[in-house]
Structure formats: structure tokens, C-alpha cells
Write a protein that binds this ligand. Structure first.
Ligand code: EPU
Length: 421
């Protein structure tokens, strides 16, 4: 069922808004069920379409999923019937590649469709594959599928990642938990989602040190057991809500999260004119009434996240002065620019940088979501704009924001979801 969001802008958002569990932590965490025949229980699991897509894929392998009420999800992989991840499911979501490491580690083989490119860039998986090869896995590409084989099991090794990759680090860390001997991952990603995954794996019996630094050491164990794990709060949703307070000149108490999750972001938000104050179970984001132009460059954690770049651009479109936004992670992550310009923003792109000249006012317009973060940047712009915006292709938004309109309507947002087919 396709839907659009009709948004009336111009309301200052005020009230309390709760952050969900992190999508990008939940995705690798759910695949840990493939590493054990025991039950895994995940609390604070966001009910998002990306999560349902992954659960569908896991069920295809024979994983049984228990209740998914109240954000708790149970998974058990004691009866795996196939090791093939088909194109139809993988193409829906690139993060499906996260099943590769766990499957080959526990079962000695897997056949996973190559994810292909996506709207924000080409996004190869060569480093995931090179890392698995370093662990003794035989990799072949045949008719669009990765065929991975390690019939005698994986063998620990030292592997240096040529580029920092988040899911690559996660895939290899999971694979190494069941390898023989020691693995050292050098130039590893340091995102909080990596630490959350490592904590869950440790609770399952894995031996891991260094998660959260650029060198992760894993000593393989013969088998892993089940665990119950609470997924950490979504830092991208956290930052998005803080910026929503800024762009609507509002005042939001943002709960079920904490400012320590966004170290590379807080100073920038403060400089932009959003006051941040820690409170019990979260923090308060209050607009100072002004949006100051600031410059950002996206970087791997703890730098400024690419997943908050589009939202920052929406905020900056209403700044005093100008802002320079440089994207260094993905080569094509400026698709929100023409849509924001349709709402009156003044943005010029030069290569990987965008010059945003602040305007006094945005005006509502029909716009099109092109990817997850682009879509929420348009929701932000629409909530600040004069008049009505219709956001098409809302399914992009539903991949990563749980019940966004239900969360924002109590804070004064005027958003209506309309089914169109
Ligand atoms: N790269 C390679 N080869 C590889 C892997 C990555 O060249 O084998 C390159 C990529 O093309 C990119 C850079 O390395 O230029 C970093 O990509 P990374 O692998 O870190 O991205 P990812 O793991 O595919 C995750 C998040 C993304 C987020 C990026 C960067 C998940 C499920 N996805 O993707 O989240 O943008 O890290 O922080 O964790 C989103 O939630 O909207 C989203 C796109």
C-alpha cells in the first residue's frame, strides 16, 4: 500500500519524543542468531520495514521468530534449512549482506546475492569478501551470487581494512567469533553499533576486545550460546529530533537516549543555535530562536555522521548566512538538494560539497523522497515551511523511522498519512 504524508508547516514543535532502538545496531544484532542454535531475545527492537525485511530473510533460512510485541523479538536458528540468501530479498536491503559472515562461520558455506548499487552510491562489498578470504574462506562470484566456502571452518588472521566500513567490520567480527585462533581487525569502524554488537556477542560467549577502537581482537570459540540483549538507542533519530527542535524553533525533550551517542554532533548543533541540556533519561533540545550557519564534513565515527547530513542541510537552508556541507562517505548523497530547492532552499553543489545560502522562509511543495535520510530531511523542511507539503515515496522513511508521525503529532506537528493505492 503506497502512502503520502501531507504536512502543514509552521508549527513550533514542543513536548516529549521518544527515541527507538537503533536500526543500524538491530540489523547486525539480529543476524547473530545465525551463530547459535540457542534462542536470542532482542529488546528495544525498532518496528521498521528494514527489520521486517531482515526477519523475512532469516525465516527463509529456517530461523523461527517468536513474538515481536512491544519491541521484543525472539529468534532461534536451531533448524536451518537453506544457506541461500536470494536476490529478491537482498536487493530490498543491502544490510542483508550481514548474514554472510555468521552463516559461513557456523555452517562452512553460504550463497548470498550481491547487493548491487543503491541510490546513495555504488557501495561495493569487496572489503567484506577480502576479509573473509583472509580468514581462509574460498569466495567465488557466480551469476550475481557470492559463493563462500570454508568446509573446515574459518581460521583467525590479521586483516587491515583499506577503508573504514561499518557493516564490513560487523560481518568480519561475527565471522571471527567462531574461527580457529585469533583474529585482529585493523582500521575497524568504531561506531557505537559495533560496540553494541560486540557486547551481545560477548554475552553469547564470544571473546572480543577493542570494540569501539580501531583495532578489534577476537579469539575464536567452538560454539556460542543464546543471550538477551537490549538494543542501544538510535543516534541518528536522536540527532534528527534535536535538529527538528532547531528548524521549527521549538523545544523538545528527547527521551530514551543520551548525548554521549552523538559526540561529533553536539558542538555543531550548539553552534547552530540549538541549546542541549542533559536530563534524566535523555536531554532537552531548545531553539535559541536563531539558526547560525555552520560548516560540516561527514566522517566515520566519531566524526559527523553521513546519516545526519541531509537533516543538517534542511536545517541550514534556513540559517543566517551560509553553510558548507561536505560529504566524504558516499559519492551520491545529495539527492535531497533538488527537492529542498523546490521548497525554496538555495543550495549549489560543487563535487562533494554543497553551499547552502540561508533563506528567510521555505514554502510547502509536492516533493519526492529518494532515500531514507533524504526523506526525513524533507519532513523537517516541511514542518518548518509555510503551507502544505506532500511527501511522496514514504516507504523510504518507514525503513528507518518508527511511527514518525505518531511521535511528532503530540508535539504539535500537523502530519497526515494518506493511502494512495
Ligand atoms: N566500502 C567499500 N567496500 C566495502 C565496504 C564499504 O568500498 O566492502 C565503502 C563504501 O562504498 C563507502 C564507505 O566504504 O564509501 C563506507 O561504507 P560502509 O561500509 O561503512 O557503509 P555500510 O556499512 O554499508 C552503514 C550504515 C549506513 C551508513 C554507513 C556509514 C548499516 C546497516 N548501514 O552502511 O546507514 O550510512 O554505515 O556510516 O549500518 C542509513 O541508515 O541510512 C544508512 C545508509
Amino acid at each position: 500500500m503506497l502512502s503520502v504524508l501531507k504536512i502543514q508547516g509552521g508549527v513550533q514543535l514542543k513536548g516529549e519524543v521518544k527515541v527507538s532502538g537503533a536500526k543500524n545496531a538491530a540489523l547486525p544484532l539480529l543476524t547473530t542468531c545465525l551463530l547459535t542454535d540457542q534462542k536470542m531475545v532482542f529488546k528495544n527492537t525498532p518496528r521498521l520495514s528494514d527489520i521486517f525485511t531482515l526477519v523475512d530473510l532469516l525465516e527463509k533460512f529456517g530461523v523461527s521468530s517468536g513474538n515481536f510485541d512491544q519491541n521484543t523479538l525472539e529468534l532461534k536458528a536451531s533448524n536451518i534449512t537453506t544457506l541461500i540468501a536470494p536476490y529478491d530479498l537482498v536487493r530490498k536491503m543491502r544490510a542483508s549482506i550481514l548474514v554472510l559472515g555468521p552463516l559461513v562461520a557456523r555452517f562452512g558455506e553460504a550463497k548470498v546475492s550481491l547487493p548491487g548499487g543503491c541510490a546513495i552510491g555504488t557501495r561495493p562489498v569487496d572489503i567484506h569478501l577480502a576479509g573473509l578470504k583472509a580468514l581462509g574462506c574460498d569466495i567465488e562470484i557466480d551469476q550475481g551470487y557470492i559463493i563462500a566456502k570454508a568446509p573446515k571452518g574459518l581460521i583467525g588472521n590479521t586483516f587491515t581494512m583499506p577503508v573504514i566500513t561499518v557493516t564490513g567490520t560487523e560481518n568480519l567480527m561475527m565471522a571471527a567469533t567462531l574461527a580457529k585462533g585469533d583474529t585482529t581487525l585493523i582500521n575497524a569502524a568504531r561506531e557505537p553499533e559495533i560496540v553494541d554488537l560486540a557486547n551481545c556477542l560477548i554475552a553469547m560467549g564470544a571473546k572480543i576486545t577493542g570494540a569501539g577502537t580501531d583495532t578489534i581482537c577476537i579469539t575464536g570459540v567452538p560454539s556460542l550460546g543464546g543471550a538477551t540483549h537490549t538494543i542501544l538507542p538510535d543516534r541518528i533519530e536522536t540527532g534528527t529530533f534535536a535538529m527538528l527542535a532547531g528548524i521549527t524553533k521549538g523545544d523538545l525533550k528527547i527521551t530514551n537516549t543520551n548525548l554521549n551517542l552523538i559526540p561529533g554532533v553536539t558542538q555543531i548543533l550548539t553552534n547552530a543555535g540549538i541549546e542541549l541540556k542533559e536530563e534524566a533519561n535523555g536531554f532537552r533540545a531548545t531553539s535559541t530562536g536563531k539558526i547560525n550557519g555552520i560548516d560540516i564534513m561527514t566522517e566515520p565515527y566519531p566524526g559527523f555522521p553521513t546519516d545526519l547530513q541531509a537533516q543538517t542541510m534542511a536545517l541550514m537552508s534556513l540559517c543566517d548566512g551560509a553553510s558548507m556541507i561536505t560529504e566524504t562517505i558516499f559519492e551520491n548523497r545529495f539527492m535531497h538538494v533538488p527537492e529542498l530547492c523546490r521548497m525554496g532552499a538555495k543550495i549549489t553543489v560543487h563535487g562533494s560539497s554543497a553551499m547552502v545560502r540561508g533563506v528567510k522562509e521555505l514554502s510547502g511543495a509536492p516533493v519526492m523522497a529518494t532515500d531514507l535520510r533524504a526523506s526525513v530531511s524533507l519532513v523537517m523542511a516541511a514542518l518548518a515551511a509555510k503551507g502544505e507539503t506532500t511527501l511522496n515515496r514514504v516507504y523510504h522513511l518507514d525503513r528507518g523511522y518508527e511511527n514518525i508521525e505518531h511521535k511528532l503529532i503530540p508535539c504539535g506537528a500537523q502530519i497526515e498519512r494518506i493511502k494512495i493505492s
